[in-house]
Design a protein around this ligand. Structure first.
Ligand SMILES: [Zn+2]
Length: 389
């Protein structure tokens, strides 16, 4: 039976403005129609979101379910069952925050692949997942405690194949060094040009795209030349780097909140805090260039789970309109995930990934933190509607 969702304010994320008094008709897992509330049939099953802003479920393009902000190496030394519990808890939290689709860009032990299986089997709650398995890392490179260490072209191809064997949706490679790994330089190139090419070529031949961890430095050029799909973070990019990303049509996934939180969180090791604080200052300029040169941008919370408001705020600070920022959180993310035909906007024919936020996110992005209703593919996953809050 169809469900009828009364929307106080509707932001469909197509780029159209706000709409009032709309009615979303949900049949099965899809949005069947967008009508006016005056068209509500008698006796219909109505979900009354009249007091809220209704928008598409958000899409987080850079996450790690079993990692939290803090000492990542210490977290990754935990046994598999413990890490799995962390991932289960985070998956539920992330869905509850209104994120209905998520790219997991690196887990140990293929936890992401198994969590995805658990979600799809209905065992646990979580967003629709795209998985990458182990990030590919040069021996001793950034996040070596998390990924598959690999050296040389032939072992790189083998490492990609190992991830494919477990059924991952994309491949993640650590092209540059990183913040959270002691001794790693965020603007160093950790793999040779040949290794980077081998990774992207092996993935492409097998129908997978590659996400490259890349704060900045010389690794950008070979990654773009090889056809990398997304560059993650980009916080140390120069103006020339940003132009290259724009011209190539490569996606930039900004992850601002994690850096800001890591800089201040006492649980974060000193080397991580110090690198974050040196890099954060450059990030705003990178985002301004990205806006100026028309880079395609979507966002990720990374280990700073559920804080889409911070990612949206960071884009608005750099010149995005609030509506463009909300599109970065929704339809742009769907494009990154190859799911723009299925989700990311609220239109007839798309999956019913529908959330309600308390307030107007276009005037106050903090409203994105208050999500009393989450529907994923037509199923009400969480609802506080009609309850005292
Ligand atoms: Zn990450």
């Amino acid at each position: 039976m169809a469900k009828y969702i009364k929307c106080g304010t509707l932001i469909d994320a197509t780029g159209a403005g706000l709409a009032r008094n709309k009615l979303l008709v949900v049949e099965g897992d899809r949005i069947a129609a967008v009508l006016d509330q005056a068209d509500t049939p008698l006796g219909a099953e109505v979900i009354d979101l009249g007091g809220y802003t209704v928008m598409p479920g958000m899409i987080d393009c850079h996450e790690h379910l079993s990692l939290d902000v803090g000492d990542e190496a210490a977290q990754m030394s935990q046994p598999v069952p413990y890490l799995s519990m962390i991932a289960v808890v985070n998956a539920e939290k992330i869905l509850r925050a209104g994120i209905t689709t998520m790219r997991d860009v690196g887990e140990k032990y293929f936890i992401d692949v198994e969590i995805k299986r658990g979600i799809e089997a209905g065992l646990i709650k979580g967003p629709r997942l795209l998985t990458s398995g182990h990030p590919l890392i040069r021996t001793g490179g950034h996040a070596h405690f998390l990924g598959r260490e690999t050296d040389g072209v032939s072992d790189m191809r083998k490492a990609v194949r190992e991830q494919l064997k477990q059924g991952v949706d994309l491949i993640k490679i650590m092209v540059s060094g990183g913040m959270s790994t002691k001794g790693s330089l965020p603007d160093s190139q950790e793999f040779s040009d040949e290794e980077i090419f081998a990774c992207i070529d092996e993935a492409r031949r097998n129908g997978r795209k590659v996400a490259a961890h890349l704060h900045g430095g010389p690794g950008l050029k070979p990654a773009v030349a090889a056809g990398v799909h997304t560059v993650e973070h980009g916080i140390l990019f120069t103006e020339e780097d940003v132009k290259l990303v724009a011209e190539s049509g490569t996606w930039l996934i900004t992850t601002v909140g994690v850096g800001e939180v890591a800089e201040l969180d006492p649980a974060t090791p000193p080397h991580y805090r110090e690198k974050a604080s040196r890099s954060n200052a450059n990030g705003l300029q990178v985002r301004k260039w990205a806006k100026q040169y028309g880079v395609k941008v979507a966002v990720g919370n990374d280990t700073n789970h559920c804080r889409m408001d911070m990612e949206a705020r960071a884009l608005v600070e750099a010149g995005w309109s609030p509506m463009e920022a909300l599109q970065a959180l929704t339809i742009r993310g769907a494009e990154v995930c190859g799911m723009a035909e299925r989700t990311g906007t609220l239109e007839a024919g798309k999956l019913a990934d529908i959330i309600a936020v308390d307030g107007d996110p276009l005037t106050d992005l903090a409203a994105l933190r208050s999500v009393p209703f989450v529907m994923k593919a037509g199923v009400v996953e969480f609802s506080e509607i009609g309850q005292a809050r």
